[in-house]
Design a protein around this ligand. Structure first.
Ligand SMILES: Cc1ncc(COP(=O)(O)O)c(C=O)c1O
Length: 363
């Protein structure tokens, strides 16, 4: 087997939790031993101390700055992962007799639809289920009576991405778990954005919710205290004990992102990584990308091979070259390379070289 580019540090193509910047690991490690020369570990400080309040304040301020959010939008760091948002959103925004419009373009969108149906009516206005979610539907209509329109901006498992925000007057709600902060977007157009942190924002254990205040407080049902976004806003994401360490890692990652040049620089690098891998895949017939070209994700590159034995050999070749997380999701098969912000371009180059080398031998 050939070994190309492997220096002992893994090329981490995991889909989430996933690669984070080396500096973040070093700073987080130091903070576990002694946080800001306090003589205390970050793991033992109280969340109501000024030590942690500064972390939370900086994390919120950095996100607002990087996303260029206006004053109508609040940033929250909440527990429960993106999956909790699947039901917390309709619980807060959708009354029993009202209808919300949803897009069904992959595993996560399907799950969001299932949860929303517990609270009100769901109108699935677009779906790509007919072709195993390998494309993004176009030209669909969102009824102006819908309470909100929900979509997944990047389908992590299937490898498709929405490259434009749908035109509508209905409040927009998006699951941006796997592409937030990776590309320039007018985030102020959304009434609610949510994302699990474990891909582009930081460590697992926390999720970010950006919410426009004017959509809240309009449903008639009673909300459990912890489920009402307004309580979290009032308490600065500290209604109860926040995931202190996860928020800290987010803050460090956001600092890193700003130092790198913010979202425009991430976009430039992500574009380069994705372009290289798709060009390599398109030039080598032994590999077969599955999704419609115009809907390809710049975050999760998905492809299959037609020969199962060759797939096994390619996987072994990747492993031998220090590549982890390259196996496709069990529902899709084949391969998936996740190219989140912190993945160095060298890892994409290394994977492309392994593909070319493999095709020379087996193509
Ligand atoms: C687009 C998308 N939405 C939701 C989720 C679920 O996130 P969590 O595990 O934080 O609930 C994921 C997880 O990978 C995802 O990729």
């Amino acid at each position: 087997m050939t070994t190309l580019h492997y220096t002992g540090v893994a090329h981490n193509f995991n889909s989430g939790p996933s690669v984070l910047p080396r500096e973040v690991f070093e700073q987080a490690s130091q903070a576990i031993l002694d946080f800001n020369n306090s003589g205390l570990s970050i793991l033992e400080i109280g969340h109501r101390t000024s030590l942690f309040q500064e972390v939370m304040d900086e994390a919120v301020a950095l996100l607002k700055e990087l996303m260029k959010l206006d004053n109508e939008h609040e940033v929250l760091f909440l527990h429960g992962g993106a999956s909790t948002q699947f039901f917390q959103i309709p619980m807060n925004l959708l009354d029993e007799k009202e209808t919300a419009a949803y897009m069904d373009c992959g595993t996560w969108g399907t799950k969001a639809i299932k949860e929303a149906k517990l609270f009100g009516n769901v109108d699935v206005v677009a779906s790509s289920k007919d072709k195993s979610y390998t494309y993004i539907p176009k030209g669909f209509t969102i009824p102006s009576s819908a309470k909100y329109f929900h979509y997944t901006s990047n389908n992590t498992i299937e490898g498709t991405q929405m490259h434009a925000i749908p035109e509508t007057n209905v409040p927009l709600v998006a699951d941006m778990s796997s592409d937030i902060l990776s590309t320039s977007v007018d985030f102020n157009r959304f009434s609610l954005i949510y994302a699990g942190a474990q891909k582009n924002i930081g460590a697992a254990g926390v999720n970010v919710v950006v919410v426009k205040k004017d959509i809240l407080g309009k449903v008639s049902r009673k909300l459990p205290t912890m489920m009402d976004y307004r309580n979290h806003i009032e308490n600065g994401s500290m209604l109860n004990t926040p995931p202190v360490f996860a928020v800290y890692v987010c803050m460090l990652t956001l600092r890193w992102l700003k130092q790198q040049g913010g979202i425009p620089e991430m976009e430039r690098l992500n574009e380069a990584k994705a372009k290289l891998l798709y060009a390599t895949l398109d030039s080598l017939p032994v590999f077969r990308p599955k999704v419609a070209k115009e809907d390809r994700s710049k975050m999760n590159v998905v492809w299959v091979m037609d020969d199962v034995e060759l797939e096994k050999k390619f996987l072994a070749e990747c492993k031998n070259n220090g590549m982890v997380g390259i196996k496709g999701h069990r529902t899709v098969g084949g391969f998936r390379a996740s190219l989140y912000n912190a993945l160095p371009i060298e890892s994409a180059i290394a994977l492309s070289d392994v593909m070319k080398d493999f095709a020379r031998k087996h193509g």
